[in-house]
Design a protein around this ligand. Sequence first.
Ligand code: NAD
Length: 297
Amino acid sequence: MSERFVVVGAGTMGLGIAYVAAGAGHAVELVEVDPDRGAAAATRLGELWDRAVGRGKLTAEQAAANRTRVTLRAALAEVAPGPDVVVEAVPERLDLKRAVLRDAEALDPALLGSNTSSIAIGELAAGLARPDRFVGLHFFNPVWAMALLEVVVGSATAEETTAAAVALAGRLGKDPVVVRDMPGFATSRLGVTLGLEAIRMVADGVASPADIDKAMVLGYRHPVGPLELTDLVGLDVRLDIARTLQAAYGDRFAPPPLLAEMVAAGRLGKKSGQGFYHWEDGVKAVRPAVADGGSSR
Ligand code: NAD
């Protein structure tokens, strides 16, 4: 059954969620306030469908059908009321998310979800008229490749809402875990711990980013090292998450100065072409960026 999906924010995650929802046959309205980001998302979605056809994962007809299911919108005010699902995927800032969620709730969706990586669902729900219909829907990057959906249950989330979120995971081809509402949930709290410590190790000169990553890949069987993962997530996103977790749990999550410096310098990882590695056309280049003198540390 085709549902009406609204995804708010067409960044790294929003476009991935839109891609997966369209691929599952749903009509998707992708809301992006920044026209440049909206145009970039449209281009990137086109590339993803072309690549899927090139790799034989979709026929040209299927890709064309998926393409027609996604409509870009410049504001939530352009969306008609009564969608089945709204997923908020704007930057990890409490005030911004609360404002977007209030506007999204005014559309009266059956299910309202936030893709927050770290902010407690109870915090985000403040100001919502129907917090019972609100739940954390934490997808992983890249959304089309990652099986997990972390369903975060706030104290006001209704049991039917949790059940609907778990069912939604199945319809999108995702495998859910249901998690109690604590900042950082079951994933970011652990994953960010590793990433922040790896950044401190770069600053301490323990080893190059490539060797720290290689150590975790070969020594611990991680599919990707913590610094490359930080580049893929976005250093700005990780910084926001670290600040949220620092506020919740104290200075063990204090962002390392190197992370803040790199973000201030615009070295955001894959999306800006520079992070702990160089990225060319979305592909990691051989030389690590930080180790070749590109950073202040
Ligand atoms: P991003 O910065 O790539 O994209 C956010 C987008 O939201 C931007 O394009 C921005 O212009 C847009 N936006 C801002 N205000 C808006 C508004 N009022 N209406 C519509 N669009 C608006 O960020 P991202 O990496 O996609 O992260 C989004 C959320 O997903 C964050 O909460 C983040 O913590 C979470 N998340 C990120 C990752 C990751 O790997 N990047 C993984 C899981 C969850």
